[in-house]
Write a protein that binds this ligand. Structure first.
Ligand code: GDP
Ligand code: MN
Length: 380
């Protein structure tokens, strides 16, 4: 789960990471009230879970109440890369001398935590990594050892940050590491981490991704879940207990097993199509599950065809075929369906489907044939 900047900053504060004083506002009047509390000048910031808000006009400095009104009015309702702004964060503006970058994340390949620190902050780190990779000081951390102050201090030196802020920055990084580990984050990123003209280092932005697998030990995360604006398709799938991820293509995908579902996405891509979703119906592909899966995909207006790709193992294909037939009797599906059924009891499965085949429900012998047909039916 991704947090909004204001939630990330509140999370940081629990580990003593310095941020600017500020508050949340959902209206122009509230923004003015928060600005009066924080003290002018302030910065009015769009709260959307997407980067590059500054460039998109979602971050504005304001010297007085009139300017807050003007900027808050313009930013509320603004569409930033498909995310509409409903909430603002208003904080006391900082005088920036330098902008740095700091983050912790998990490097699965190295099986270690990875800290990244750079004197070149404020721009996207992917850009720095591409154009000037040596400007990023990487620190691999064994989760058993953790990060101590000495190591952090050496790291700050390696990143080329000024000597006079070495200790202060090292302390902040140890706090950020604790937030990342104890707070069960997948990502804790500060960009920019700033040096103010008064010589103080603090977090001007916050990007926090929480590890959903740790939700059981964080009852307080419920408040974040409550503010999460989910993809309506994913919300519907979650209610039906399906393993679904919405994508932006036109071919709806139903497969049994995550591996097969991934492969199906790849094959659809390979033959020039694009998947509208990932959906793994798992082992229990009965009529209820199949009907639920078809309903979720059917509700997506972008879907132009549906590819059902089943390989029977423990799941028996005749049961899946019966599931499809029963589901079709219950749900009115707008898009044509392509079926590829193979594996355990495939013959029996195909026999069940045979009388139901039409130009709206077609069968193909292989995954590649099925993908080609579904892509053709989707009109691409
Ligand atoms: P992002 O563009 O979505 O990553 O939003 P950030 O919170 O990182 O802000 C983008 C940029 O706005 C920063 O890199 C700063 O240059 C500028 N900015 C944000 N807050 C302040 C502030 O308090 N004072 C000043 N002078 N600039 C700010
Ligand atoms: Mn930023």
């Amino acid at each position: 789960m991704d947090l909004f900047e204001y939630q990330g900053k509140q999370y940081f504060a629990r580990w003593g990471i310095p941020t600017s004083p500020g508050g949340v506002a959902d209206t122009v009047d509230e923004a003015v009230a928060r600005a009066e509390e924080a003290g002018y000048p302030v910065v009015v910031k769009a709260q959307v879970k997407v980067g590059g808000r500054g460039k998109a006009g979602g971050i504005k400095l304001a010297a007085n109440a009139d300017e807050v009104r003007q900027h808050a009015g313009a930013i509320l309702g603004l569409d930033i890369k498909g995310h509409v702004v409903h909430r603002l964060w208003v904080e006391h503006a900082s005088d920036i001398a330098e902008e740095y970058y700091a983050s912790f994340t998990l490097d699965r390949q190295a099986r270690q935590h990875l800290g990244m620190l750079s004197a070149e902050g404020g721009v996207e780190i992917e850009e720095v990594a591409a154009t000037n990779p040596e400007a990023i000081a990487r620190l691999y951390i064994d989760p058993v050892d953790g990060l101590d102050l000495d190591t952090a201090t050496t790291w700050v030196g390696a990143a080329g940050l000024p000597d006079q802020i070495r200790d202060q920055t090292a302390e902040l990084l140890v706090k950020l590491y604790r937030c990342y580990v104890e707070g069960d984050c997948d990502l804790a990123e500060i960009n920019p981490l700033i040096l103010t003209t008064e010589g103080k280092v603090h977090a001007l932005d916050a990007k926090v991704t929480l590890d959903d697998n740790a939700a059981f030990r964080h009852p307080e995360w419920e408040e974040y879940a409550a503010t999460e604006t989910e993809d309506p398709r994913e919300l519907m799938a979650k209610e039906k207990g399906l393993n679904y991820i919405g994508l932006s293509g036109t071919v709806g995908i139903i497969a049994n097993g995550a591996g097969l579902a991934m492969s199906t996405l790849d094959v659809v891509n390979q033959v020039g199509g694009s998947a509208a979703n990932f959906l793994d119906i798992g082992g229990g592909a009965n009529a209820d599950v199949m009907a639920a899966a078809l309903e979720v995909i059917n509700a997506d207006p972008a879907v132009k065809s549906i590819f059902v790709n089943i390989f029977g193992g423990i799941t028996r294909v005749d049961e899946v075929a019966q599931g499809v037939v029963d589901a079709l009797a219950r749900v009115d599906i707008t898009s044509p369906i392509v079926l590829r059924l193979d594996g355990t009891n495939a013959e029996a499965g195909r026999a069940i489907l045979a009388p139901h085949l039409s130009d709206r429900l077609v069968a193909e012998p292989t995954m590649l044939d099925g993908a080609r047909r579904a892509v053709a039916l989707a009109g691409k």
